[in-house]
Design a protein around this ligand. Structure first.
Ligand SMILES: [Zn+2]
Length: 296
């Protein structure tokens, strides 16, 4: 899954000799200290963010390595002329109970880049958005693959707020300076799959509110679907259809929601028909209580 988070840039200045070595290891042409401007970035950390997600601390070192050599762009478009900065060094920093990836990036001085450097110095281009791909998200409540257990991010379970823990770094992408302050409110750009996703488009067209409502509904929909599947499997087993649970699971997993609902109702009806029989077989006491129920 592709993840996009906010991060922060801090101004720095002229590179040290060691930093210049690292920069030149990546640069096409050899650069000297006067030609580059260095700044640092606070990338991902292991704290729960407003999406109720956090990076697993164990995932940070691997992710930090993936960010080396990645470029920074000024807007969200992918074009080479906009790629102005490049990360040349990363490190996992631990302080005050938090672990985060600190990155150092450089920009070549001169031309339009000087404006960007001035903006970073002035704190205007302080906010950046970073992207990466993570292989796994697990539920903080029960440790299952997130989305399979029914626990929902942000919901409280016996005093414990559920979040998704992002694990197994797969790739790191470019970062971009967030030019419009309003986008900060829009929060984090995050998508499953390809490059241009609904959330990204919602952000671009100012439909973040609607997107959030949709996302919440979708989450509830998935939970409802899971319940529906569970119910059908349970009914199938209770009715002793002679079909094994894995087969029932496979079938319910691919069935359309309407079909599942129809099947559930049909199976419930069948179970109801069988219940009086079951009760009678269950012994006298039960039957009496049922019969007295009818008399009232
Ligand atoms: Zn869970």
């Amino acid at each position: 899954m592709e993840i996009r988070k906010e991060a922060q840039a801090a101004s720095s200045g002229t590179p040290t000799a060691v930093q210049l070595e690292a920069i030149n290891a990546l640069a096409k042409a050899r650069l000297n200290g006067e030609q580059v401007y260095v700044f640092s970035l606070r990338l991902c950390d292991d704290q729960i963010d407003r999406d109720f997600e956090r990076f697993d601390e164990a995932a940070l070192p691997g992710l930090a390595k993936l960010f080396i050599g990645k470029t920074g762009i000024v807007d969200h478009r992918w074009s080479t002329e906009n790629q102005v900065a490049r990360i040349f060094e990363t490190q996992v920093v631990r302080e005050k109970g938090t672990s985060y990836i600190k990155a150092w990036a450089y920009i070549r001085r001169g031309g339009a880049n000087d404006e960007i450097i001035a903006d970073i110095e002035a704190g205007i281009k302080k906010e950046v958005s970073v992207g990466c791909a993570m292989g796994r998200a697990v539920c903080s409540v029960c440790g299952s693959e997130y989305g399979t257990c029914g626990h929902l991010k942000g919901e409280s379970y016996e005093g414990q707020v559920c979040c998704a823990i992002l694990q197994e770094p797969v790739d790191a992408y470019e970062f971009s300076f967030v030019a419009v302050p309003a986008q900060r409110e829009a929060g984090v750009l995050k998508a499953l799959g390809g490059k241009r996703k609904l959330k990204e488009l919602a952000e671009e067209f100012g439909a973040q509110g609607e997107y959030r409502v949709l996302a919440k509904d979708a989450e509830l929909g998935r939970r409802y679907r899971k319940e529906l599947e569970d119910n059908v499997v349970r009914l199938g087993l209770a009715l002793e259809l002679g079909v094994s649970e894995p087969v029932l699971r496979n079938l319910t997993g691919v069935a359309a929601a309407e079909d599942l609902l129809a099947l559930k109702e049909a199976l419930e009806g069948r179970l109801e028909e069988m219940l009086p029989v079951t009760r009678q077989l269950g012994g006298g006491e039960k039957r009496e209580s049922v019969e007295s129920g009818f008399l009232i």
